[in-house]
Design a protein around this ligand. Structure first.
Ligand code: GAL
Ligand code: CA
Length: 351
């Protein structure tokens, strides 16, 4: 694991130095014991459950190396008010660091005030607060992925498929009739992914005709429902489905299966995330391609940052953008490459 190789020597050094009395920094004193409080927007989110599983695993490895780490995870169940209460509760329970996946990325003020008043730093993750909010206090950080890149890669994957396979343009009009399944309104990963996917397709020389779009909140069941509506409205006219994530792509696949449309008659469908279920659908040829959203890398960045905050060591080795943000890259996945990812899980993405 990357973290082990690159980072633990620094931690070990600091902890050893502490015994020798060399780490005089006040924050380093807490380095051997770390209580992390996590709250995330909704426990039904497949990608985030995978990310948090990896986060726990990687924290577990720190324990093997002698650091005592406790994690408390809370589900905000889609309510910002609930999440605000959870933050208060986690601080009261003695958490020295918070990892917050905001319900409403535009509404972090109460959480930031609570954290600042109690001097508890926050690593926001996956749902990016607006820049001005992040600048409210110097102990606020963000870990996420390049939203634009995910969209570009999805568009490129779709263009590669369309330009090499005539059968996708089923009505042979030289244009690709498409629909979008969009994540939440107002989420940085939704609009940016959509815009960039469509631009990348156009830049590759694909002529497009947009038939419709529906918001399905990252959710498989909602996407199935919306896709069935669009399929009943446009019948066999839809040739391409761009879904902002794998769960919604899977919902579209469910819809066509439920409508008993054969795969050759159904549109080609693309996702983003590379969740276990998403990768399986690529392997089964139900999904034409997806873009790997590096949950292991994001979890690792959170762990690295958490340890750096707790020990006061290692911060200068971290590649920050916009002062306090870390962004991870994506990979394209097709049927030709998917097996590497399924076999080795996220580890393949690290090579
Ligand atoms: C995206 C991810 C989605 C969903 C969303 C939640 O980055 O692709 O599947 O997890 O975050 O904020
Ligand atoms: Ca067409």
């Amino acid at each position: 694991m990357r973290l082990k190789k690159m980072f633990l020597p620094v931690l070990a050094l600091c902890m050893a130095a502490q015994f020798l009395g060399a780490c005089s920094d006040r924050s380093a004193v807490v380095s051997e014991k770390l209580h992390i409080g996590v709250t995330y927007y909704n426990q039904s989110d497949t990608f985030l459950n995978g990310l948090l599983e990896s986060f726990r695993e990687q924290l577990g490895e720190l324990e093997e190396d002698g650091m005592e780490v406790t994690v408390t995870i809370r589900d905000a169940a889609g309510s910002q008010r609930t999440q605000n209460d959870q933050v208060k509760e986690l601080i009261d329970a003695g958490c020295g660091l918070l990892c917050v996946n905001l319900v409403d990325r535009a509404d972090p003020s109460e959480i930031i005030d609570l954290a600042r008043d109690n001097d508890v730093p926050i690593i926001f993750f996956n749902r990016e607060p607006v820049a001005e909010d992040l600048m409210q206090w110097e102990r606020l950080y963000y870990v996420g992925a390049y939203a634009e890149q995910a969209g570009v890669m999805q568009g490129e994957l779709a263009a590669e498929a369309i330009l090499s396979d005539d059968s996708i343009d089923r009505n042979k009009d030289g244009k690709i009739q498409y629909v979008i399944l969009e994540g939440e309104a107002g989420h940085q990963d939704a609009i940016i992914r959509t815009e960039n996917a469509v631009d990348a397709l156009r830049n590759s020389g694909v002529e497009l005709e947009k038939l419709s779009y529906q918001i399905a909140n990252w959710n498989r069941a909602q996407a199935q429902n919306r896709m069935e509506q669009m399929a009943s409205q446009y019948h066999d006219e839809i040739e391409l489905v761009l879904a902002n994530n794998d769960d919604m792509a899977l919902g579209a696949i469910d819809a066509y299966k439920n409508l008993e449309v054969a795969r050759e008659e159904a549109p080609v469908i693309f996702g983003i995330d590379g969740t276990d279920v998403g990768l399986q659908a690529v392997l089964d040829l139900d999904m034409r391609g997806t873009v790997y959203n590096d949950k292991e890398g994001q979890a690792e960045a959170m762990v690295r940052l958490a340890v750096a905050i707790a020990t006061g060591e290692g911060m200068q080795e971290i590649d920050f953008e916009k002062e306090r943000c870390i962004y991870l890259s994506h990979w394209k996945i097709t049927r030709d490459t998917v097996e590497d990812y399924i076999k080795d899980g996220g580890e393949a993405a690290e090579e």
